[in-house]
Design a protein around this ligand. Structure first.
Ligand SMILES: [Fe+2]
Ligand SMILES: [Fe+2]
Length: 269
């Protein structure tokens, strides 16, 4: 079984230092196989914010996979925004903005969805959709396949849909065809799980989603800080949302899914 810690929207520059310390302690106690960061590490893509984000990441002695978010591209500095939008992300965090992690049982592909000209909404390119096929297509069925983006594919339950990542439908076609099990995203600062078919009727089988809230920032949207833990095995996937309760992160919600054939369904407790 692989244990994946999914953190998002850290927003260094608008962070709460108490939460940063608590998150480091919680993650060290968890000891995950992989830490996934689904973007918005900074508030305004400033050097000092990236330096803080890097110092935070360096305190986590685990493999990690990080994609940028829209806040990791400068907004007001138009030269940087359009000429070298991810230069600071590459310098401080990771050179590869479409990273890939693979073990015997787990494959995780991150896609950079942050765009200079669609600063808030984000987009997936045709080349990145090809990359989904190339990375996941050759892998056997027992490998759990996870896609990571900053911008979301699935709106929160019951809410007016926010803008979703551009080319979501085409990306989901490719993901479905090459056996992707789970999509991890952030951006909305809301933590929830579900099946993409709740919004994308064209998808032919279950493709699970886990959205992470903001782990450490005070940019809250009617929901406390949180992050997610995913326990992954070929036939079972447990989603846990760990939420802040004024003194520590604690288990706030758990959903177990089981796989039958290529279909994931919530487990009956
Ligand atoms: Fe954010
Ligand atoms: Fe964002």
């Amino acid at each position: 079984m692989s244990t994946l810690a999914h953190i998002s929207d850290l927003h260094f520059g608008a962070e709460n230092p108490v939460l940063v310390e608590a998150l480091v302690a919680d993650l060290r106690a968890l000891g995950p196989s992989l830490v996934v960061v689904s973007g918005d590490l900074t508030q305004r893509a400033r050097r000092r914010e990236f330096a803080k984000a890097r110092a935070f990441l360096d305190r986590l002695p685990f493999p990690r996979l990080v994609v940028p978010g829209n806040h990791d591209i400068p907004l007001f500095d138009l030269v940087s925004r359009f000429v070298s939008p991810l230069a600071r992300f590459r310098r401080y965090v990771a050179e590869d903005v479409d990273p890939f992690f693979a073990s015997e049982t787990l494959a995780v592909l991150g896609l950079n969805t942050a765009r200079s000209n669609r600063w808030k909404e984000g987009r997936i390119s045709p080349e990145q959709i090809d990359l989904v096929r190339r990375r996941f297509g050759p892998l056997p069925p027992h490998v759990v396949k996870v896609l990571v983006t900053h911008h979301p594919f699935l709106p929160p339950p019951g809410a007016e849909p926010p803008p979703l990542v551009g080319r979501a439908a085409e990306a989901l076609y490719a993901a479905e065809a090459c056996g992707v099990d789970l999509v991890l995203s952030g951006h909305l600062h809301l933590g929830y799980t579900g099946d993409v078919r709740a919004h994308h009727a064209h998808v032919g089988r279950a493709l699970l989603v886990a959205q992470a809230g903001t782990a450490t920032s005070h940019r809250l949207r009617d929901e406390v800080n949180s992050y997610n833990v995913l326990e992954l095995s070929p036939q079972r996937l447990a989603f846990t949302r760990r939420a802040w309760n004024e003194s520590a992160f604690h288990e706030a919600r758990r959903v177990d899914y089981v796989k039958s054939g290529s279909e994931w369904t919530p487990a009956i407790p």
